[in-house]
Design a protein around this ligand. Structure first.
Ligand code: FES
Length: 318
């Protein structure tokens, strides 16, 4: 993973929909920005040690500009509120290189993109890519009320009939229905979903119940309520030759930090993947939303910010 930072300038900021800041970023030193693919995100350094992940929602072909959409959410941990209050045009900020944990499947014959609220952002980059490749796709945008969503006019102008809007308050006939949208079940169709946790869980479980395989359902969580507590256990860091006890109400990462071992972290909610570390012995109890079910079953890596242990001891590669 490239941990270098890139300085960028806020080229423009516009307010769209209900509380969404749409921010365009350009290189601060005139060099080209690192290329990215649809589904990628960047870490944005907001200040006061706050780092948040935002999906890139511009056309990946236009790599001279990165665009993000940030929903102001006063109920979140403070990153979006601070960003809304402090980011202005011409400001220089630091971001990570783009990383993509949510790529398009290149073998799909049809792609169904479902974005709930601000979860539309990675879907926009995906839709641009699929349109350029002349692939078969649908883009479903679910919001509470008409006009609440950002990017609406752009989506209509660019994707025409391929985009379908669903609003909670516009009557039953246009509500998003996974059962209708995902029919017929086909092994060559891939589903992509991003948005609030409840929306995502509903879409994913609906698709699974209809017979879609895990490999056909792709998701990216923005945040998650995760219970990090449980029984105490021991962790041995093989590279550092350090053993710590992880208390019932602390995380592995916190216990390691107390022992002087730094763990790279960002979301601390098991959604971004920054703290994923190899497990050499023992059985993790996975609590994250980042690893796939298959990766979790392998038990050879885990998220140190939230996951715990089923065995009394873990050996990790730190
Ligand atoms: S810090 Fe984001 S998954 Fe652990």
């Amino acid at each position: 993973m490239n941990n270098e930072l890139v300085d960028v300038i806020v080229k423009s900021r516009t307010e769209q929909g209900a509380g969404v800041a749409v921010i365009e970023l350009v290189s601060a030193d005139g060099k080209p920005l690192p290329p990215f693919s649809a589904g990628a995100h960047i870490d944005v350094h907001i200040g006061d040690d706050l780092i948040r992940q935002y999906s890139l929602c511009s056309d990946p072909v236009s790599s001279d500009i990165y665009r993000i959409g940030v929903l102001r959410d006063p109920k979140s941990r403070g990153g979006s509120v601070k960003l809304h209050a402090e980011f202005s045009e011409q400001q220089i900020i630091s971001i990570s290189f783009p990383r993509n944990h949510f790529p398009l499947n290149e073998n799909a014959q049809k792609s169904i993109l479902a974005g709930g609220g601000i979860g539309i952002t990675p879907m926009i980059a995906m839709a641009y890519t699929l349109l350029r490749k002349n692939e078969d796709f649908e883009l479903h945008y679910c919001t509470r009320t008409k006009g609440a969503g950002a990017f609406e006019q752009e989506l209509v102008d660019t994707f025409g009939k391929r985009v379908v809007f669903h609003h909670d308050d516009e009557g039953k006939s246009q509500l998003f229905s996974p059962q209708t949208t995902f029919k017929p079940v086909d092994v060559n169709t891939h589903i992509y979903v991003c948005g609030p946790t409840g929306f995502m869980d509903w879409v994913i479980s609906s698709a699974s119940e209809m017979g879609y395989l895990p490999a056909q359902i792709h998701s990216e969580y923005f945040n998650a309520q995760v219970d990090k507590t449980g029984e105490s256990f021991e962790v041995y860091c093989e590279q550092s030759d350090v053993t710590v006890m992880v208390g019932s109400d602390e995380t592995i990462a916190r216990a390691l930090r107390k022992a002087g071992i730094k763990v790279n972290m960002s979301c601390e909610e098991g959604v971004c993947g920054t703290c994923i570390t190899d497990v050499l012995e023992g059985e993790p109890e996975h609590r994250d939303h980042f690893l796939t079910d298959e990766e979790k079953a392998d038990n050879d890596q885990m998220a140190l910010c939230c996951s715990r242990a089923k065995s009394s001891r873990l050996v990790i590669d730190l």
